[in-house]
Design a protein around this ligand. Sequence first.
Ligand SMILES: Nc1ncnc2c1ncn2[C@@H]1O[C@H](COP(=O)(O)OP(=O)(O)OP(=O)(O)O)[C@@H](O)[C@H]1O
Length: 467
Amino acid sequence: MATLSSTHIPPLSPISTPKKPISSRFLFRSQNPKTLSTSFTFTNSKPNASSSSSSSSVSIELNASTLREICQAHVPEHVLRRVEEVGYVRPTDVQKQALPLLFSGRDCILHAQTGSGKTLAYLLLIFSVINTQRSTVQAVIVVPTRELGTQVTRVARMLAARPMELELEHKSCTVMALLDGGMLKRHKSWLKAEPPTIVVATIKSLCQMLEKKILKLESMKVLIIDEVDFMFNSSKEVSSLRKLLTSYSSLHNRQTIFASASIPQHNRFIHDCIQQKWTKSDVVHVHVNPIQPMPSCLHHRFVICGKNKRHQTLLSLLRSDAPESGIIFVGEQSEKSKKAGNAPPTTSLVDFLRTSYVGCLDIHLLEEDMNFNSRAASLSEVRQGGSYLLVATDIAARGVDLPETTHIYNFDLPRTAVDYLHRAGRTGRKPFSDNKCTVTNILMSEERFVLHRYENELLFNCEELIL
Ligand SMILES: Nc1ncnc2c1ncn2[C@@H]1O[C@H](COP(=O)(O)OP(=O)(O)OP(=O)(O)O)[C@@H](O)[C@H]1O
């Protein structure tokens, strides 16, 4: 066991900044603070720490080779058994490095590649602190979309399930999904009758319940904000998020965890966390693979074609790649095109593929404009069925975990490097697999420089494919 002390370490410096930082669409307001936070950056599993911490000391179990070894003293046995039953035996890097810090009670910024297992890390923390004998909300997980909320709820319920014999002896941990488009009336009755132990919520639905005082957070021990950069980047969400962090609950009574694969200008964000009292001043920044934001199992390609040839180009790619399963990302329809009465590009593409693509992949659609039931049906068909091609907007780009996806196609280029990172990260989601997954960009020649910029910002190489 290696002990890493964060005392007498130089002031917070950008030790974990990639050579070229990911560009940002947003800025966190910052006031030149004197921070006490600690940054741990992990490359090849060797941590470095940077901090001006007062006297905090953190023990890190670097030699543990199983999740059981890391969690044994903290997580109930029935949860550990479930973890093993579903096949989580070896910890991923972020789990290995973050769990000891999380169990020590520190506020934490979990900053690790897409598909690296951040969800399991924060759920194991939650299971280590909740007391199922108490009927109060003890953990809240805030997510940006209904789709991610449903997914996190599914994993939390799967871990919480007890064998029948224990079910009779102990009260179970209950997990409520409080998501936009849900049946809030039913949730109100549930919250009044017997509050759940864990709430997974979108910020809008959560704040509705808090404003009406139907949900209370006085017993909340852990607050997780998943996809934190996305949440702070959305003007609709940011004021509710600030209220949740500072008015509806107090940083002193809870452990606060922020998670994302992309935290642009992270040092500034850490400063703001402390200044704005979103976290305690000894918040830890766990940054795994800081100089390689993109998972190494991804192979990036691009094809150049004319504007009117994109459908045919995609078809040729699908024929030559024969993907096991894939996601095709399409940009949002412009207001001008909507006004002109054109069909959305997603629907046109789905129609085109259904008539032209001859293969064994089921074709599905996921976009914001679908109603919540159709969105849920689409994702659940994708999860249950065999091989799929999912045509989606960026709604599927954050957090959605479809591990069978082998290919990503950017039918339209994403708007930012951060968006590229998250779209690409919908594949390569099997932590210990050696399989290479492919991300292919369909470009017009004048867009090449944009992709080049993303390559520089995210430090990856994209190879040209000539069809
Ligand atoms: N220890 C583990 N062993 C094997 N598989 C794991 C382990 N931990 C997580 N996974 C699997 O890895 C995949 C990715 O995990 P998760 O969704 O938590 O990634 P993430 O870090 O939150 O990614 P993103 O930033 O894209 O949201 C999931 O399919 C999950 O089941």
